[in-house]
Design a protein around this ligand. Structure first.
Ligand code: NAP
Length: 278
């Protein structure tokens, strides 16, 4: 029997009607403000995906793009304006930022009640305890696993990657859902030892082909969060999909896996933030 393909687009479709219904129940049209500094191609394509999805579900998006050379003070002033604007319910600063700008100062300046990415210290403290909204990738992974009836409770989960934006929130989410969690990273001496025992292996690194058949337990569930651009058009995950898919019980592809769910989760977070204002 072949493995189940964990399909992020299909799962997202299953959530869209409910999200649209929740948006219609609001007494206003929500607005998400996206700030971009510079013109990285990957950031531009992630923003395009958010705008397309927003248009489909009836959410307004404003996109302010600043030159790579913008000063930190100027950026902070633009965030302050968005914090104060009654028309804006959600703010995203597209990461990464150029080196001369302190990420923590910029993120920390976002009003936590508009922090759709859940990255401000106030919101991080909350999701660490399983409260409030959580970063979109972690929420997307949770909803993907739930749709495919993969229960985290009591499972051995290994998360490869520990970034503040992706790996760490996913690991915390899994722990909060009752899993026993191992976290591997670039300093892990024996990656195979960390991944091979996992019932559920979640990989968020950004290195195509890092995870091979030898890293994965037979029958495991594998979630590939990594997205790397190969040439102009092609996207690749971190998992050697073809061979690994023959040995696991279920696996998410790239593209068509977690990425679609992350976009959904951003807007679910936005609507959660709006609903608290009703
Ligand atoms: P990041 O900040 O560069 O973090 C990468 C993580 O991988 C770090 O924790 C790093 O360890 C670890 N790592 C690097 N090389 C490794 C190795 N050889 N073995 C084990 N671990 C290794 O990247 P990120 O922002 O977390 O994003 C990770 C990936 O997810 C990227 O491909 C990104 O494009 C993708 N992504 C996907 C979505 C989605 O919706 N699907 C959303 C966001 C990001 P150290 O901490 O020791 O440096």
């Amino acid at each position: 029997m072949g493995s189940t393909i964990i399909d992020g687009r299909k799962t997202r479709e299953a959530h869209v009607l409910e999200l649209v219904a929740r948006i219609k129940q609001l007494s206003f049209t929500p607005k998400l403000a996206i700030i971009q500094v510079g013109n990285r191609a990957d950031s531009t394509s992630y923003i395009r995906a958010k705008k397309l999805f927003a248009a489909r579900i009836g959410v307004n998006v404003s996109h302010e793009q600043f030159a790579e050379t913008i000063s930190q003070d100027e950026l902070l002033r633009s965030i302050k304006k968005l914090n104060e604007s009654e028309d804006v319910q959600g703010i995203i600063v597209q990461l990464p930022l150029p080196g001369h700008i302190e990420r923590d100062a910029v993120i920390g300046s976002i009003d936590p009640s508009k922090d759709v990415d859940a990255l401000t210290p106030t919101n991080v403290d909350k999701w660490m305890e399983g409260k409030g909204i959580m970063p979109a990738t972690a929420r997307g992974v949770r909803e993907l696993l739930a749709f495919y009836k993969v229960d985290l409770m009591g499972k051995n989960v290994t998360v490869v990657g520990r970034s503040d934006l992706v790996g760490k929130p996913i690991a915390v989410m899994c722990r909060n859902e009752g899993a026993t969690v191992t976290v591997c990273h670039s300093k892990t001496v024996d990656l195979v030892a960390g991944t091979k025992t996992a019932d559920i292996l979640i990989v968020a690194v950004g290195k195509p082909g890092l995870i091979k058949v030898d890293h994965v337990k037979n029958g495991a569930v594998v979630i590939d969060v990594g997205i790397s651009r190969i040439g102009e058009e092609q996207l690749a995950g971190d998992v050697d999909f073809g061979p690994v898919s023959l040995t696991v019980s279920a696996i998410s592809p790239v593209p068509g896996g977690v990425g679609a769910m992350t976009v959904l989760a951003i807007f679910e977070n936005l609507v959660d933030l709006c609903a608290k204002k009703l």
